[in-house]
Design a protein around this ligand. Structure first.
Ligand code: AMP
Ligand code: GLY
Length: 430
């Protein structure tokens, strides 16, 4: 097969890395890719993954057999639909299915209609209605911009006045069109856990659990980021909770396929859960692989990823068979100084080879580039994803940090407590 992966982050490097291991892949392209994908795929520099017409043209020219969607933006832009109309198999839901991520109101209605446990909520397109509902619900309370806001549109408010300010900000245009509808939601408590599933033809094939660390600094302090570290599987999840999440994902997958939704859902459905005292409840759906979750999930997948994605893209659920390594995986993100705020780029990176020489260590590139001297330099907020496998959770954590020590660039910023809470046990969330 000739395969094209849309996107340019650490997630796409991990997807390309896993596809490159497959014997069924002849040619592999990253659209547009990054400094890391260049080592395992051909980067298609200058091709915008959200430009459906250009992507279809490229796919025809290069006789692409399978398109694999990475980030959310191409899905919302309908690129998967266009490729499918052009007769090319695509891993990624249609634009309607992607609304499960793209609109929180749509997603909450989907959960409600299908009895999927989630926080109680109200959805408003007027400020006064949202404020009245929030006052009635009381703090703590969560305010969410309805549309895509690069992970920044969710405000967990301890006080009612913060909630009112957040509502004002949304309707005041802080998130553009994404904030013109606002979801006001009950605040849930408990550890978070993600469960992603390959979904096709109404069937869910669940992957391993993973847990992200969204805050910038140690101890879950500082602003939210795209994710500073992640591990898989999640050791504090009970068997009962796991079974409940699998059941929720299966029911969600079945609902995508039947009326009134009838999505052409052939892609990842990502369930973001909170493990509440009443059992797992959905915080959100994403319509794609998680970033950085993918960087710890795929290194543990022993099945051929190309075959899994192709079967999903063809609606062939019966051919999907997932085998997992018993190892633990921990990923630590190396970021640029200042991230998630302003940061400088162009800093020379060294030590990746030394890090990857350690047992079980793989470094996925998120924001890197080659400068005019051919040196690898920083080119984004999140720069590298340092992933280590280990036979125990502790071993994986230690290896990941040992590898992080070997890599250097000016302004290197990382959290030193990835997985610390989980290692200390469930009581650390109380
Ligand atoms: P989301 O983008 O919906 O996953 O929200 C981002 C983050 O906000 C989540 O990972 C949670 O930490 C937090 N969050 C979202 N919804 C809630 C909720 N109902 N209760 C408590 N925290 C929430
Ligand atoms: N790591 C969270 C996400 O991919 O949305």
């Amino acid at each position: 097969m000739n395969v094209a992966v849309l996107g340019s982050g650490g997630r796409e490097h991990a997807i390309c890395w896993a596809l490159a291991k497959s014997e069924s892949v002849d040619a592999l392209f990253a659209v547009p890719g990054n400094g890391g994908t260049a080592a395992v795929a051909e980067n298609v520099v200058g091709l915008d993954p959200c430009d459906g017409e250009a992507v279809c043209g490229f796919a025809r020219d290069r006789e692409i057999d399978l398109g694999v969607n990475g980030p959310e933006a191409p899905l919302g832009a309908g690129v998967a639909d266009e490729l499918r109309e052009a007769g090319i198999a695509v891993f990624g839901p249609d634009a309607q299915g992607a609304a499960l991520e793209g609109s929180k109101t749509y997603s909450k209605r989907f959960m409600e209609d299908n009895d999927l446990p989630t926080a109680s909520y109200g959805s408003f397109s007027d400020k006064q209605g949202a404020i009245a509902f929030a006052r009635n619900m009381g703090a703590p309370i969560v305010i969410k911009a309805d549309g895509l806001a690069a992970g920044k549109g969710v405000m967990v408010c301890e006080e009612l006045e913060d909630a009112e300010r957040a509502i004002e900000e949304c309707f005041g245009g802080a998130f553009g069109e994404a904030g013109s509808t606002v979801v006001v939601e009950e605040c849930l408590t408990g550890p978070e856990c993600s469960l992603l599933a390959f979904v096709t033809n109404g069937q869910a094939h669940c992957m391993a659990t993973a847990q992200d660390h969204k805050r910038a600094f140690n101890g879950d302090m500082g602003p939210n980021t795209g994710g500073m570290g992640v591990y898989s599987p999640v050791p504090i999840v009970t068997d009962e909770e796991h079974a409940a999440m699998v059941d929720i994902m299966s029911r969600a997958a079945a609902a995508t396929a039947r009326a009134p939704f009838e999505h052409d859902y052939r892609g990842v459905l990502y369930g973001g859960f909170m493990l509440t005292p009443q059992g797992p409840k959905l915080l959100e759906f994403n319509a794609r692989f998680g970033d950085p979750e993918t960087q710890v999930i795929l290194p543990r997948l022993e099945s051929d990823l190309a075959q899994v994605l192709y079967a999903a893209a063809m609606g062939d659920s019966d051919s999907i068979q997932l085998d997992w390594s018993p190892s633990w995986a921990v990923c630590v993100v190396l970021a640029s100084e200042g991230y998630p705020g302003a940061y400088e780029t162009g800093k020379v990176i060294c030590g990746i080879d030394e890090a990857e020489a350690l047992d079980g260590v793989t470094v996925f590139h998120a924001g890197t580039a080659l400068n005019s001297d051919g040196e690898l330099v920083t080119a984004g907020g999140r720069v590298l994803n340092v992933v280590a496998l280990g036979s125990t959770f502790e071993e994986a954590r230690e290896r990941a940090y040992e590898a992080c020590d070997k890599i250097n660039f000016e302004g290197k910023q990382l959290r030193t407590d990835i997985g610390a809470k989980a290692a200390a046990g469930r009581s650390s969330w109380n």
